[in-house]
Design a protein around this ligand. Sequence first.
Ligand code: CA
Ligand code: CA
Ligand code: CA
Length: 333
Amino acid sequence: MTRIKMPIRRLPIALALACGLLSTAPGASSAAQVFGSPFTHEPANSGECAALGQPCTLVSFIHPLPGSGDPYSGGAPSAGVVTKVRLRARVDDHPTQVTFLLANLAAGSPTTASGSIAAVGPTVTLEPTEAAEAASGETPIREFAVRMPVQKGQQLAIQGTDVQATYNQGGDKFSFVFAPPLAAGQAPAPALETTGELLIQGTIEPDADGDGFGDETQDQCPTQRTTQGPCDTTAPIVSGLRVRRGRIGYTLSEPATVILRLARKQGRGLKPLGKAPFAGPGNAGANTLRFPPYARKLASGAYRLSLTAADALGNQGSYTTGFRVKARHRHKR
Ligand SMILES: [Ca+2]
Ligand SMILES: [Ca+2]
Ligand SMILES: [Ca+2]
């Protein structure tokens, strides 16, 4: 569990801008964006779920914008992956658990809304905060690594039983309370009531390849959906390409799409055989196939077989081999 200090309210506006905290302009983004609570407040009059005596879901609706404090209800400013959430929650005597969520929220008015779960993040245990509050005078802001694919406009949410993470002062209707809690995969449910600002903030990273991993800290290859490790830039390696007794054989270093072409040598040139290249099996390891029907009775002469092997990412390598067809002699007795 990481505890961080984020004295955002003391940041000058220019610095907050530089940090992306005022990211109100939605749309495609090429850098991480921070959205949600600016943490200008401490939890107050919170503990909605405990008051209801049952688990509940708290979904963000409005957060004050950093600096101006203007209400903003746009949720996530862009699509991508939420890679971190920060929560300012007071926890009394006993550790308590909270689950991070993203929700689709349709607010009909400031007091009515329906909500459904869009993504489920981790469930974490929050330790009591009394000692930290006594030492620093503030409820700590805790940061958690998450991986929640997000669409523009979705809202940060939490689910728990006994967490005090709202600033419920002055009658602000900034969040919606769902009890019973929202369940993943269920149709939108109506909110039970409203409450104050949910003190939660998220970091969205772009996800250019749409693999569900944030491109700045979770995905080493933002151009390839099939990998989160280093990019695959290697073409399949073909070994043992040969023709023997009417069969073609080769070994591939990785699965590939294999295209073969057959040509007959004529003088210094090559004359393609058949109208189109033909496909071969593309398994990693040994592969064999017969010649296509038009090439099963080849005239005597010299031939060239070329093979192109491409992996799923388009890395491709080309190989050739030559072979001869000898004239068949008829022996008369
Ligand atoms: Ca990605
Ligand atoms: Ca990737
Ligand atoms: Ca490869």
